[in-house]
Design a protein around this ligand. Structure first.
Ligand code: ADP
Ligand code: MG
Length: 234
């Protein structure tokens, strides 16, 4: 619990920062991008510089978008949804990429899952982030398995297991900290976003890992969240 509390403190501070920052950054970015594209036409032979500038702008924009999800949990809209459909969509979205990396994506339901009050868009984002991380952790030839089950009659557990590189024990506590990444092109915001989304759904997320063996990430979502006030009913 202490670990969980510590994480939510961090999230709210980062959230406040992000909310202000994201809005201030986005508008000038859009206008910069437009003028760069205009200039591009008068600067033949300098194409390469423009490509770099545009892709750097897109990177800033991407980071700001990730930040916005973290900063604006109040923008989440909840309605009754089918978790099976949500997860099937996620698998379908990532399947081509998985085939290219020689990774097998498996989705298994151990029990019937009743409809869940949730934000479809955010749960998709959550599992896209988790499966992408799992794919990026697998150098070649791996498996990622999502198993859905009911625990203690009122908790849905979605377990993501990969046989990727794993995470050293001393790094586990850093997961979910903003900007913690081990990837050259990483943002280190994906897991933080995941924690935020799970938290908004009154759930919890735990990470277990064995270096060189793989990683298990459990998302627990309550079927009947007790704090109903924060939830817009359909
Ligand atoms: P990013 O993917 O941009 O690096 P994330 O917040 O999604 O940022 O992940 C942070 C770090 O956590 C990753 O850089 C990686 O080191 C580690 N990580 C996350 N998921 C896994 C996984 N399934 N297997 C191994 N390492 C992982
Ligand atoms: Mg990631």
């Amino acid at each position: 619990t202490e670990e969980l509390l510590r994480k939510s403190d961090k999230l709210s501070v980062a959230g406040q920062l992000a909310a202000g920052l994201a809005h201030e950054i986005r508008n000038p970015l859009t206008s910069l991008r437009g003028f760069l594209q205009l200039l591009q036409n008068d600067m033949k032979g300098k194409q390469h510089y423009f490509d770099i500038m545009l892709s750097e702008l897109d990177r800033i924009n991407f980071i700001v978008s990730e930040f916005l999800v973290i900063a604006k949990p109040e923008a989440i809209h909840y309605k009754k949804s089918d978790l099976k459909e949500i997860l099937q969509t996620v698998i379908a979205l990532l399947d081509t990429q998985a085939v290219l990396c020689d990774v097998e994506l498996v989705l298994e339901f151990e029990s019937e899952i009743p409809e869940l009050i949730c934000s479809e868009m955010h749960l998709k984002q959550l599992f896209i982030n988790l499966v992408k991380n799992a794919m990026e952790a697998i150098p070649k030839d791996g498996q990622i398995k999502l198993t859905v089950s009911i625990q203690e009659s009122d908790l849905i557990r979605i377990r993501t297991v990969d046989n990727g590189c794993g995470i050293p024990e001393e790094r586990l506590k850093q997961l979910g900290e903003p900007f913690y990444t081990t990837k050259e092109k990483g943002t280190g915001l994906g897991l933080m976003m995941c924690f935020k989304i799970v938290e908004a759904h009154k759930g919890t997320m735990t990470i277990q890992s064995q270096l060189g063996e793989g990683t298990i990430i459990d998302v627990f979502l309550p079927l009947q969240p007790d704090d109903q006030d924060r939830i817009d009913m359909p």
